[in-house]
Design a protein around this ligand. Structure first.
Ligand code: HEC
Ligand code: HEC
Length: 306
């Protein structure tokens, strides 16, 4: 009996070790009609006070899911206070925003719509704008019992976000036994595990499931203050603590880190090793890790073709 238990625990350990990174399922569940409505809302700039900003302005879903700026620019050309994270695969994150202040996508989506430096709207104005469009009115009537409401606008946007997943990356196909990694990519994955990157970047999103400090071994200098975890908890231990970002599609979305401080992926890899693992890694190893990270680029979400 004891032996059986021991074998069982070994099996659990092996399975867990094997699955530190889990592939994105080929099919995810969402309501397609609502998601298509949400897609239109996501791209629609009339959901901002001066008709200039849509969710897509800061979240380019066709390439990486964020923008190319260190700090996003929203309503009236005003700067936000942190780098725009990706919306691709955000549905798999355990919390939303860099500091995790929203518990899920529903809570999150209200943020940008009402934020004065993003869409700068009120719930009432959102409903008025959506109602003024006949196609929207008809779609909402068909899909929701109570037609156009602020909650239903959020619901449709979130349904679209649920569809924003990028399956079938080379690495996921490798995990399923459907593809081989090159020697360099394989070396990069081994180093990613050996150096300990995987202790924070793991799970289905290769991140997105924990908080961690940037600057564990050497203090990370910020040019100004950012909305970190401390802004939520007021516990000094949470200064410079952020949600560990997903590394899926990371090659597509420079600049890196909450301050967009690094333009090249290889520099971000070296910086991570320095700040968070206390070691300097040479260019060869950093390049191998970079080529592994490139294998995390997935297929564009199917919903974008619809
Ligand atoms: C002006 C640029 C801008 C616009 C417009 C914008 N966002 Fe964002 N978005 C950001 C920034 C910046 C953050 C990070 C803020 C933070 O963490 O404090 C963010 C965070 C997010 C996140 C959290 C992702 C994560 O990993 O934590 C999601 C999801 C998201 N936005 C979706 C949307 C949706 C949906 C809309 C439209 C309703 C939208 N955004 C409009 C800039 C923008
Ligand atoms: C102790 C946890 C931890 C370890 C270990 C760690 N990271 Fe990170 N990683 C983070 C956090 C937290 C961030 C976000 C930092 C920020 O933006 O300030 C991050 C950000 C990144 C980014 C930038 C992602 C983006 O979208 O901006 C890359 C690339 C990255 N890590 C790669 C690595 C690599 C490669 C290693 C190993 C050499 C590693 N990380 C080790 C926690 C960790």
């Amino acid at each position: 009996m004891r032996l059986f238990f021991l074998l069982f625990m070994c099996a659990v350990f092996i399975v867990e070790a094997k699955e530190a990174i889990v592939p994105i399922p080929k099919r995810v569940v969402y309501d397609k009609q609502k998601a298509l409505l949400g897609k239109r809302l996501f791209f629609d700039t009339s959901l901002s006070k001066d008709n200039s900003v849509g969710c897509v302005s800061c979240h380019n879903v066709h390439s990486g899911g964020s923008d190319s700026l260190a700090v996003s620019v929203g309503f009236g050309g005003k700067e936000g206070d942190i780098r725009s994270p990706t919306v691709l695969n955000a549905v798999f994150n355990f919390r939303q925003f860099w500091n995790g202040r929203a518990k899920d996508l529903y809570q999150q989506a209200k943020g940008p719509l009402l934020n004065p430096v993003e869409h700068n709207m009120t719930p009432k104005l959102v409903v008025e704008r959506v109602k003024s469009d006949e196609t929207y009115r008809n779609s909402f009537k068909k899909l929701y019992d109570d037609g156009v409401t602020f909650a239903n606008v959020i619901d449709a946007i979130v349904e679209f976000e649920k569809a924003l997943v990028t399956p079938d990356s080379k690495f996921d196909r490798f995990l399923r036994g459907e593809a081989e990694l090159s020697q360099k990519e394989r070396k990069g994955f081994t180093l990613f595990k050996r150096y300990g990157c995987i202790s924070c970047h793991n799970g289905i999103n290769v991140g997105g499931n924990s908080f961690a400090k940037i600057g564990i071994f050497f203090p990370y200098k910020n040019a100004r203050s950012y909305p970190d975890r401390y802004a939520v908890t007021k516990d000094p231990i949470d200064k410079n603590v952020f949600k560990v970002p997903t590394l899926r599609n990371v090659a597509l979305r420079p600049p890196y880190f909450h301050d967009g401080g690094y333009k090249r992926l290889i520099e971000a890899i070296k910086a991570m090793a320095h700040y968070n693992l206390g070691m300097e890694i040479d260019t060869n190893d950093a390049e191998a890790i970079e080529s592994f990270l490139h294998t995390l680029t997935g297929e564009l979400p199917e919903i974008l073709d619809e």
